[in-house]
Ligand binder design. Structure first.
Ligand SMILES: [Fe+2]
Length: 294
């Protein structure tokens, strides 16, 4: 099986503070990452290290590599140049490259330490796995994160400090993208209504829709029908960035309080699954009873 990880920064004391890693010391971090690696990876697994393996002299890299299971491949990051150029360390890897293109089961995967804007087979569903950004969301990375669902950050701090297979990497990235504490930090503290790309207005977090400005007939219909295919989770556009703020039920509860009756236009009905329609009807019934009893 293939595993992926990036930006381990073995031996790097300063990265604990930089990333907010949950370790008291470099020794504790190294120990934890080595034991998690070996819990997951068997000797005949392939591990793609997508850059920034360790800090220090090549002999340090040799020591770490000797304690880690699996067949290792190095996608060179900016901290790996000295180890990539050292013949002895280089020989520890099955392959070393700046960019790698591999197959993982039926998927094409393009690996590069630095996030690429587009990669080979981009329009044919290929995945891109990168590192470098750690868990920072500054600059254009936030936009990239929210809009490029096939670009996956293999950074260890996003992946519970262990190498992960592609499916787990996708899951961890989804959780990182949709982290509610971050979204609240980023968007929830805004004051006043925010205009969405579709012309709808929202008030973040507490009053999702303002009575006068936002609950124009059709607003909720538009949003619900736009995203109903993605499961019972409400997505919205905020300042041009697609992000998740609320569960489907939370949106409906708020909308209900503003007089929304969840009527779905005839032409949009086919967009909804039977499960979603049942959910809507059931919730509407529950809310009616709750509000009547209140
Ligand atoms: Fe790094």
């Amino acid at each position: 099986m293939n595993y992926y990880i990036a930006d381990l920064h073995f031996g790097h004391e300063e990265v604990i503070r930089m990333d907010g890693r949950p370790f008291g010391s470099r020794e504790e971090m190294d120990r934890c990452m080595i034991s998690r690696w070996n819990e997951s990876v068997r000797p005949d697994d392939d591990v793609y290290i997508v850059g920034d393996f360790c800090i220090g002299a090549p002999r340090h890299a040799m020591e770490y590599l000797g304690r880690l299971n699996g067949r290792k491949h190095l996608v060179v990051g900016h901290h790996d140049r000295n180890i990539a150029e050292d013949p002895q360390v280089r020989a520890e890897f099955v392959s070393v490259g700046q960019i790698m293109e591999i197959r993982d089961a039926d998927e094409t995967v393009v690996l590069c330490h630095y996030p690429l804007v587009q990669w080979n087979q981009y329009f044919r569903g290929a995945w891109h796995i990168h590192g470098h950004v750690h868990n920072r969301r500054n600059g254009g990375y936030d936009y990239f994160l929210q809009n490029e669902e096939r670009a996956l950050n293999a950074g260890c701090m996003v992946n519970h400090y262990r190498p992960v297979p592609l499916a787990q990497l996708r899951k961890n990235n989804r959780e990182f993208r949709e982290d509610r504490a971050y979204l609240w930090e980023r968007y929830g503290k805004r004051r006043g209504p925010v205009e969405l790309e579709n012309g709808t207005w929202i008030l973040p977090e507490t009053n999702l829709f303002t009575g006068e400005k936002t609950m124009e007939k059709g607003d909720a219909h538009f949003i619900l029908s736009e995203y109903c295919g993605k499961g019972l989770v409400y997505h919205f556009h905020c300042c041009g960035i697609k992000t998740r703020g609320y569960t489907f039920e939370e949106v409906l509860r708020t909308a209900f309080d503003f007089g929304e009756d969840f009527r779905i236009e005839e032409e949009d009905l086919r967009e909804y699954s039977a499960q979603e329609l049942d959910f809507l009807e059931g919730l509407k019934e529950r809310l009616r009873k709750e509000r009547a009893g209140a």
